[in-house]
Design a protein around this ligand. Structure first.
Ligand SMILES: [Fe+2]
Length: 209
């Protein structure tokens, strides 16, 4: 059962009641707005090798009742999980990000079988005129390449190099505590928080190396 560190529990205002054994099973779908459903379909079916899983046409959003005519389309991956898009003509283009960090950090990663398959993806995508960054080895944890779909969604194809890559729970809580403590200390001392965090990052990396 997932644990919550005391600070996260306090921040969420959820009190100290433990999670009752509810953990999501898998990715059902992640969804974005696209300006062109046909172009998006070509990309996810032909380039990404996915199938159309489901579609919806509606004049209002079922969850909120908002009147927006849209076309909703889902594309299926090998495990049944999907990526989904909405085309809503007449909706203006999104506002630009306030900082490049948002354009780099916001992304979704799709898993490839192994290192060789990541390299095959690299060859295939570049042969189709897709700009690809990588492959990048993340400290022996995972190997990834990065690119964008036609709607500007940042995608990653990745494979675990370390079979335990998503099992470092204790280390994760330790890192979270270091991070929160360093931020709190910098604030109390009236120091610049990003500068203080840079020192923490250097220190943690030194210990890791
Ligand atoms: Fe990632």
């Amino acid at each position: 059962m997932p644990q919550s560190p005391p600070s996260a529990v306090a921040k969420s205002g959820a009190g100290l009641t433990p999670n009752p054994g509810l953990t999501p099973m898998m990715l059902n779908h992640a969804a974005w707005v696209t300006p062109d459903a046909a172009e998006t379909t070509d990309f996810y079916t032909r380039i990404m090798g996915m199938e159309i899983a489901s579609t919806v046409l509606d004049d209002s959003v079922p969850s909120t009742g908002e009147k927006i005519p849209y076309f909703h389309i889902f594309f299926r991956m090998a495990d049944g999980s999907t990526l989904a898009f909405f085309e809503a003509p007449g909706v203006p283009a999104p506002a630009k990000s306030s900082h490049p960090a948002y354009d780099v950090f916001n992304h979704i990663a799709l898993e490839a079988k192994d290192r060789a398959e990541v390299l095959r993806w690299y060859e295939w995508l570049t042969s189709q005129g897709v700009d690809v960054i990588g492959p990048t080895d993340h400290d022996g944890l995972i190997l990834s390449i990065y690119f964008h779909d036609p709607a500007g969604v940042r995608l990653e194809i990745t494979t675990p190099l370390d079979k335990q890559w998503n099992r470092y729970t204790e280390k994760g809580y330790a890192h979270l505590k270091l991070w929160e403590d360093a931020k709190a200390k910098a604030k109390v001392e009236g120091r610049d928080v990003p500068v203080a965090l840079l020192e923490l990052i250097k220190d943690v990396r030194k210990r890791h190396d």
